[in-house]
Design a binder for this molecule. Structure first.
Ligand SMILES: *[C@@H]1O[C@H](CO)[C@@H](O)[C@H](O)[C@H]1NC(C)=O
Ligand SMILES: *[C@@H]1O[C@H](CO)[C@@H](O)[C@H](O)[C@H]1NC(C)=O
Ligand SMILES: *[C@@H]1O[C@H](CO)[C@@H](O)[C@H](O)[C@H]1NC(C)=O
Ligand SMILES: *[C@@H]1O[C@H](CO)[C@@H](O)[C@H](O)[C@H]1NC(C)=O
Ligand SMILES: *[C@@H]1O[C@H](CO)[C@@H](O)[C@H](O)[C@H]1NC(C)=O
Ligand SMILES: *[C@@H]1O[C@H](CO)[C@@H](O)[C@H](O)[C@H]1NC(C)=O
Length: 514
C-alpha cells in the first residue's frame, strides 16, 4: 500500500515540478501535459481506490474529467507546501494544516474540486484560527479517512453535520472549540470529551450558564431595590398613587400631593386669603375636588402635635350638616386641612339673594345648623365651630347648611357656642351682620336689635321676606330666642336640645301658614 502511494505521488507530481508562487497563477496558466491521461490511467490501475478513479467506473458513461483532475493536482501540490509537509514532490502528503491565515484557508476551502478528490494519504486536517464565518465546511468531510479534524477558533455557525461525521470511523481527534454552532445533543458528540467543544455553542455552557444566572440574579436584585425605592418614595411623597388598600392612612396628605392638587398652589387655585389661612380649591388624584385650608403661620413642634390631634378628632365627624374632613397635611413646611369641596354659596351671599325671601327656608337652614351644632356639642364637646354666615355653606336644594370651620381645644365653653348661635340666628332674620371692623360691634349690634324688640320688630326684620301679620308673631319669638342666647348670663341660656325643639316648632308652625 505504502509503496503504491509513493508511486502515485511521484508520478503525479513529476510533470508539475515547475510550480509558481501562487496557486491561482498556476490554475490560470498551466495545462495538462500530453501524457497526463496515461499517467492517471496507470495510477488508477495500480490503486482503484483513488477518488478520481471513481468517475471512470464502467457503469458511468461520462469520461474522466481530465481538466478537473489536473486542477486538483495543482491545488494538492500547493496545499501540501502550504501545510509545511516535509516533502511535497516525492513523498506522501499526510496533513492539511493552515493556522491563523484566514485568506489562505478560505481560498483552499473554496476549491470544491480538490476536496471532492481529497488525497487518501491525508490523515490530519487543521484549519485553526482562520476567522471562518461560514457554516460547517462539509466539503472537508470528503476526506473520509481523517483521524484528526481541528476547526477550533473560527466563527463557524449553524448546525454540525453529525450524520456525515459519524460515518468517519477513523476520526479519533475532533476539535470544534471556540465557534458559534447551534446547540446539539447528538449521540455522536459523546464519542469525544467536552474539551473538543469548549465554547463551541454545541454544549450547554455551564460557566456561561452560571454567569447568566448570576447576572439575572443581580438584575433581579437591582429591580427589587429600585422598586423598593420607588415604593418608598411613593409612600413618602405621593401615597395617592398607591392602591387604596395599600395606603396605611388615607387621610394623610403629603405636601407633594397638595402641590399636585393645586398646581403648586397657583393663584388660579387660590379662593380666599384671610389672616393666617389661605384657601385653595384643589383636585385630588382620584378626581375629587377639595377645599385646602393652608395655615401660613409658623408654629412650634408642640403646636404641630396639637394640630395633628385636632385633625384626628375632626376627621371623625360624621353629620349631614358638617363639612366632611378628608384629611390633613402636617409636614414641617406645610400645615393644611383638606375638606370636601361644596359648590354651594355661603349663607351670607344667599341672604342677599332673592332665593332667601322665604321665612320658612331660612328656618330650614337654621334647623340644619342647630342639628349640626347639637351633634358637635353632645359628641365632640372639645370641638368648637365658627358659625359666621360666610363660613356656613349651602348645598343641595334644601338648602342644607354645612358648617365648614371647626376649631379644637380653644376652650370655648358651651355658653360661647350658644352665644355664637344666637348671633347667627339674628343674622338669619335681619340679614344684617355686626360690623367686624368696629370694636365691640357684637354688643352694639345686639343693643340695636333690643331697642326695636318687641315693639318695633318690622324695623329689623329683612324686608325681602315680606312677613305677614300672623307670621310676625313667630318671627318675634325667633328674635327673642336669639336675644336669649346672647344674653350673656349663662344661667338663662338654653341647651342646644331645647333650642332645637324651639326651632323645630317654629318651622312646623311656618308650614301651617303656607
Ligand atoms: C464512487 O462514487 C459513488 C457515487 O458517485 C459512491 O457511491 C462510491 O462509494 C464511490 N466509490 C469509491 C471507491 O469512492
Ligand atoms: C512552498 O512554501 C514556501 C514557504 O513555506 C514558499 O516560499 C514557496 O514558494 C512555496 N513553493 C511553492 C511551489 O508554492
Ligand atoms: C489567531 O490569529 C491572530 C492573528 O491572526 C493571533 O493574534 C491570535 O493570537 C491567534 N489566536 C490563536 C488562539 O491562535
Ligand atoms: C481507517 O483506518 C484503517 C487502518 O489504517 C483503514 O484500513 C481504513 O480504510 C480506514 N477507514 C477509512 C474510512 O478510511
Ligand atoms: C479529553 O481528551 C483529550 C484527548 O482526546 C485528553 O487529552 C484529555 O485529557 C481529555 N479530557 C478529559 C477531561 O477527559
Ligand atoms: C481544542 O482546542 C482548544 C483551544 O485551542 C483547547 O483548549 C482544547 O484542549 C482542544 N481540545 C482537544 C480535545 O484537543
Amino acid at each position: 500500500m505504502a509503496s503504491s502511494l509513493f508511486i502515485f505521488f511521484l508520478s503525479l507530481f513529476h510533470p508539475l515540478s515547475v510550480l509558481s508562487a501562487t496557486v491561482l497563477e498556476d490554475l490560470a496558466t498551466l495545462t495538462p501535459p500530453p501524457d497526463f491521461t496515461t499517467t492517471i490511467t496507470t495510477n488508477c490501475l495500480r490503486n482503484p481506490l483513488l477518488r478520481y478513479c471513481n468517475s471512470t467506473s464502467s457503469s458511468s458513461s461520462s469520461p474522466m474529467n481530465i481538466a478537473e483532475i489536473f486542477r486538483y493536482t495543482i491545488v494538492a501540490s500547493h496545499l501540501c507546501n502550504e501545510s509545511k509537509n516535509p516533502n511535497c514532490v516525492d513523498d506522501s502528503f499526510p496533513k492539511i494544516r493552515i493556522h491563523s491565515r484566514p485568506k489562505t484557508a478560505a481560498l483552499y476551502l473554496s476549491f470544491d474540486f480538490f476536496w471532492k478528490y481529497c488525497p487518501l494519504t491525508v490523515l490530519e486536517i487543521e484549519l485553526v484560527n482562520n476567522s471562518l464565518k461560514s457554516e460547517f465546511p462539509t466539503n472537508v468531510l470528503s476526506c473520509a479517512q481523517v483521524r484528526t479534524l481541528d476547526l477550533s477558533h473560527n466563527q463557524l455557525s449553524g448546525s454540525v453535520p453529525v450524520q456525515i461525521l459519524s460515518g468517519l470511523t477513523n476520526l479519533t481527534h475532533l476539535n470544534l472549540s471556540y465557534n458559534r454552532f447551534s446547540i446539539s445533543d447528538s449521540e455522536f458528540l459523546k464519542r469525544f470529551n467536552a474539551s473538543s467543544f469548549l465554547h463551541s455553542g454545541l454544549l450547554p455552557d455551564a460557566k456561561r450558564h452560571k454567569t447568566k444566572v448570576l447576572v439575572l440574579l443581580i438584575v433581579f436584585l437591582i429591580v427589587v431595590v429600585l422598586l423598593c425605592c420607588c415604593l418608598g418614595w411613593l409612600c413618602l411623597k405621593r401615597p395617592d398613587y398607591l392602591p387604596r388598600t395599600c395606603r396605611r392612612r388615607s387621610h394623610k396628605f403629603t405636601s407633594a400631593m397638595l402641590d399636585a392638587a393645586t398646581d403648586e398652589f397657583s393663584d388660579q387655585r387660590l379662593v380666599s386669603k384671610r389672616d393666617g389661612v389661605d384657601i385653595y380649591r384643589g383636585t385630588l388624584r382620584d378626581g375629587r375636588e377639595a377645599k385646602i385650608e393652608v395655615y401660613t403661620e409658623k408654629v412650634s413642634k408642640a403646636k404641630r402635635r396639637e394640630f395633628e390631634e385636632e385633625c384626628e378628632a375632626v376627621l371623625k365627624l360624621r353629620h349631614k350638616n358638617l363639612v366632611r374632613v378628608l384629611g390633613w397635611c402636617n409636614s414641617r413646611n406645610l400645615r393644611a386641612l383638606v375638606t370636601e369641596w361644596t359648590n354651594g354659596e355661603n349663607v351670607e351671599t344667599w341672604l342677599s339673594s332673592s332665593s332667601a325671601s322665604s321665612w320658612r327656608r331660612r328656618l330650614r337652614v337654621v334647623m340644619g345648623v342647630v342639628e349640626g351644632v347639637s351633634y358637635l356639642s353632645e359628641q365632640w364637646p372639645e370641638i368648637t365651630f365658627d358659625l359666621d354666615t360666610s363660613s356656613v355653606l349651602l348645598s343641595g336644594d334644601g338648602p342644607e347648611p354645612l358648617i365648614s370651620q371647626f376649631k379644637i381645644g380653644d376652650g370655648n365653653s358651651s355658653s360661647t357656642n350658644i352665644f355664637t348661635f344666637g348671633l347667627f340666628l339674628l343674622e338669619m332674620i335681619t340679614s344684617l351682620k355686626p360690623d367686624e371692623v368696629q370694636e365691640d360691634s357684637a354688643m352694639r349690634y345686639l343693643e340695636y336689635i333690643r331697642v326695636h324688640c318687641p315693639g318695633n320688630v318690622e324695623r329689623v326684620v329683612d324686608e325681602k321676606m315680606k312677613i305677614e301679620e300672623r307670621t310676625l308673631e313667630k318671627v318675634k319669638e325667633a328674635i327673642t330666642l336669639g336675644l336669649m342666647c346672647t344674653d350673656g348670663t349663662p344661667l338663662k341660656q338654653q341647651s342646644f336640645t331645647q333650642i332645637y325643639d324651639m326651632v323645630v316648632s317654629l318651622y312646623e308652625s311656618s308650614s301651617r301658614h303656607h
